[in-house]
Design a protein around this ligand. Structure first.
Ligand code: NAP
Length: 309
């Protein structure tokens, strides 16, 4: 007989790790399946100043490591694998990976999201050769060099500020004349002498042969195309949910975000969703952790009513 877990959690980011903590503290047999790095997107976050209690000097990787250790200390189990599908044809759900499958009374989908691409010429070809989606991973390569950064949300502003600790000059290329990122971040960006801003501008293409030597940008108001002489281009233009493997299985919106109610229930009984992969208004570490706690508590209630435990 295969082991039947009370809760199988897909994804080991803040939502999944929080669900693991709450599940195992409720004495549920809890497994987290993670395909790459525990911590998810937080592993690429340089500075976390809006997770309560996280200042000073809290990096994404350090916080997620502590979240994982905390969940493990209460008994959460972990496995590295990539989920391909969920079979919900019987009361015991089967979470299918490439080689293994895991049986579960409940499933929490916490697979998160990944950075979106901006869609300019050369973006894919020069990825890893000057185009980057992770400042914490790559900032060091651009020490004392000039870089461009695309976007105007929280990620763009947070990572722009972090990059100024390394680079000579950074130009934010933003398609409008106002940022959508948090006001306190905006103030710090405006005050930073290393940061220039190209408003109303979009990236049109990379200049260079083997590595990035420049970025062509177009002013949307004047139509003028200019070249920024930069060696790096950092892209922070939003997120895409990591939900493709569940298309047709669970209800989603048109962008692929999973639909849930306030208790993190999806349309499939015993299957919950938490964190960035679900449709919601605020995607933050704190709301991901909150979703995870709610999802695990809902899973506990579902198990009690369905299986009488
Ligand atoms: P976001 O808030 O969706 O911002 C994306 C930015 O990229 C916007 O400024 C957008 O311009 C621009 N953009 C979108 N597509 C573009 C394209 N094709 N070309 C050029 N520019 C484009 O995404 P995010 O900053 O990655 O944040 C995602 C979520 O995580 C948000 O909920 C955010 O609050 C959260 N987050 C929070 C923190 C924090 O609190 N410290 C840090 C990181 C992320 P427009 O403004 O014109 O739409």
């Amino acid at each position: 007989m295969p082991e039947i877990y009370d809760v199988v959690i897909i994804g080991g980011g803040p939502a999944g790790l929080s669900a693991g903590l709450y599940g195992s503290r409720a004495r549920l047999d809890t497994l987290i399946i993670e395909k790459s790095k525990y911590g998810g997107q937080t592993t690429t976050t340089s500075e976390l100043e809006n997770y309560p209690g996280s200042i000073p000097n809290c990096t994404g990787p350090s916080l997620s490591q502590r979240m994982k250790e905390q969940a493990a200390s209460f008994g959460t189990k972990f496995v590295k694998d990539e989920v391909a599908s969920i079979d919900a044809s019987s009361d015991i759900r089967i979470v299918k990976c490439k080689d293994e499958q895991y049986h579960a009374r409940t499933v929490i989908i916490a697979s998160g999201a990944e950075p979106a691409m901006a869609g300019f010429k050369g973006e894919s070809e020069f990825r890893g050769r000057g185009v980057s989606y992770c400042a914490t991973c790559d900032a060091d390569f651009f020490t004392d060099l000039d870089v461009a950064l695309i976007g105007g949300g929280d990620s763009a502003l947070t990572e722009a500020l972090y990059l100024t600790k390394f680079v000579n000059k950074l130009t934010i290329v933003h398609r409008r004349d106002a940022f959508r990122g948090t006001k306190s971040l905006q103030e710090r960006v405006f005050d930073n002498p290393k940061i220039d801003i190209a408003w109303n501008s979009i990236p049109v293409g990379i200049v260079g042969d083997e590595i990035v030597e420049g970025l062509k940008i177009k002013n949307k108001l004047t139509g003028e195309v200019t070249t920024l002489n930069v060696n790096g281009v950092f892209v922070f233009v939003g997120l895409n949910p990591l939900s493709d493997f569940l298309k047709g299985f669970v209800d989603m919106d048109e962008k692929g975000y999973i639909l849930t109610d306030d208790e993190m229930k999806t349309n499939i009984p015993g299957v919950f969703a938490a964190g960035d992969v679900r449709q919601k208004t605020l995607r933050q570490v704190v709301t991901a952790a909150s979703d995870g706690a709610v999802a695990a508590t809902s899973a506990e209630r579902y198990i009690a009513s369905k299986f009488g435990e």
